[in-house]
Design a protein around this ligand. Sequence first.
Ligand code: PGA
Length: 249
Amino acid sequence: MRRKWVGGNWKLNGSRAMASALAGAIVDADIGSTVDVALFPPFPYLREVCAACAGSRIVVGGQDSSQHEAGAFTGEVSAAMLRDVGCATVLAGHSERRQFHQESNELVAAKVAQALAHGLTPVLCVGETLEQHEAGATAAVVGNQLAAVMERCGIAAFGHIVIAYEPVWAIGTGRCATPQQAQDVHALLRSQLARDDATIAGSTRIVYGGSVKPGNAAELFAEADIDGGLIGGAALQATDFVSICAAAG
Ligand code: PGA
């Protein structure tokens, strides 16, 4: 039985005060005992959120990290730095990074490898655009996104990776995938892992992201291969995020 996982991706939102208050309210709700919960604030607020989550079961992560160890890479944040400030996890290949920063499947795989090397749990985001969805290319697109990481990191790495299926057409649009649509893609991803190792495939958490709200979370999480969610907009309201976590627990 896979324990459910829920992440809150705050994206480019908030302030120091808001980060402390939001993390504090989520910690106070005491949701961490039945579900694994992770918060992904903007980099400058990691310390505040780590401080608020200290002593709780909630872990904190970066929204991105560099494929490089260190050096002349202005603007980058390394996996080692994230560890150093108290992070346990990091997003890799979010569609907004792939779309607005031209992150390729190979670059995302390199970031996952670097995060793993520093003991962070990478949350590998995959998902197709609306155009790809309408062209019937979903399976090929997400299959290639996953294959790049399997090739680079090996199947054993998926004992330490969370996969987030986030159809780009569902992110921030209010147009959530149906539970069946998401389930079908999750099952496909799991079978791709299973071709290399069925045991690891059976234990890897595959979570869904894209317009998850308190009102649709339970039906999504009830699907056999949906192991929780990566939450954007609804993660900015403590009550909404807590009720989504409760739906997973
Ligand atoms: P959303 O974002 O919940 O606002 O659709 C999800 C995500 O981008 O992780």
